[in-house]
Design a protein around this ligand. Sequence first.
Ligand code: OGA
Ligand code: MN
Length: 218
Amino acid sequence: MSSTQSLPGFNVLFDAIATDLREHGYSIQNKALPEEWIDGLLRDMHMLGADQLKLAGVGRAQQHVANANIRRDAISWIESTEGEQGQWLAFSAQLQQHLNRSLMLGLFSFESHFAHYAPGAFYKTHVDAFKGQANRVLSVVLYLNPVWGFGDGGEMVLYSDTDPGTVLCTVSPHAGTLVVFLSEDFPHEVLPALRDRYSIAGWYRVNTSNTGRVDPPA
Ligand code: OGA
Ligand code: MN
């Protein structure tokens, strides 16, 4: 599918996400994107070379060290505006616009990466942004696995912020499932995957630029 083709209508989906975010702070949508897009994104992931998928790091700026005790996924940032990656970025931009209009979130930019969890890989409980420090405000995760069964592990578990012992939901990384949540408000983890697990994780930022300082690119 070419990136010049217009996007199918996502308004019903976007409204559902906005309502969930307003009421609960998170949203889980099955079959959110066309199957052909998911297929294309997975194909693109399979074509990434070992030099393109890098072990993910944890921490900020200079302390950005790969920390195998916390996370074991390998990532590759999505830059292409071609094909299904372009469709994904166009979809993300449209969602951004919709949420800015409906929830006044002031989302300013978007970054996303492919993530591969090899068998045994996990991502321990974390938040994507620390209150008052970061400018990541909204997290999205899209799963690309056409086959995923009970017993394959790799679920994403979302916890309550106010009561970290409380599980809000457990999400199977099945192809087409889209999870959206407020980055600061939900500790979450990826349980050890027992087979190769493919996904995209992305974040919307607000603009924290002022006259003296311009945000560095993501
Ligand atoms: C992340 C993350 C969840 C998932 O990359 O920060 O929490 O299910 N990913 O892949
Ligand atoms: Mn996360």
